[in-house]
Design a protein around this ligand. Structure first.
Ligand code: NI
Length: 160
């Protein structure tokens, strides 16, 4: 378990397409564990592997709602429904937020950390997080689809 460096906007790796994971092996498990540690350190609700410099289709999500974090390998969105206007941020854009339109509900499919096929029915924040993280795997960043002119810098809170 280790904290990895989070790549920030301007790093060209964030614009690359990630590769399909052929096998959920020990190396992928280690990547997932490190991504969870890294996401939790920065209080993120989601993190995609390219954000830690690894071009593999791996995503973690934790809404801090008492449910186990999602650990997703090769995730895809198979269905979307409705619309919601949301505020969105990204660990690769520290302290920046924008408004955007996301589907209200999504169905996603992926492999879990055991290599088993799973289906996730999500709405609200989880639907938003799934869309955001899966887009990272294709080099798409939230600012690409934000409502123009809504990007804001929010002063970080000091922890002392
Ligand atoms: Ni992000």
């Amino acid at each position: 378990m280790a904290i990895r460096v989070v790549r920030e906007n301007g790093d060209e790796i964030l614009r690359k397409k990630s590769r399909i994971v052929e096998k959920v092996d020990d190396k992928i498990i280690e990547l997932i564990e490190d991504m969870l540690d890294t996401m939790h350190k920065y209080n993120g609700v989601g993190l995609a592997a390219p954000q830690v410099g690894v071009l593999k289709r791996v995503v973690v999500i934790d809404l801090y709602d008492g449910n186990e974090p999602l650990k997703l390998v090769n995730p895809i969105i198979v269905k979307t429904k409705g619309k919601q206007e949301v505020e969105e941020g990204c660990l690769s854009f520290p302290n920046q937020y924008a408004k955007m339109i996301r589907p209200e509900e999504v169905i996603a499919e992926a492999l879990n950390e055991k290599g088993e096929k799973i289906k996730i029915k999500a709405k609200g924040l989880l639907a938003q997080a799934l869309c955001h993280e899966i887009e990272h795997l294709d080099g798409i960043l939230f600012v690409d689809n934000m409502i123009p002119g809504t990007l804001e810098y929010v002063e970080p809170q000091k922890n002392n």
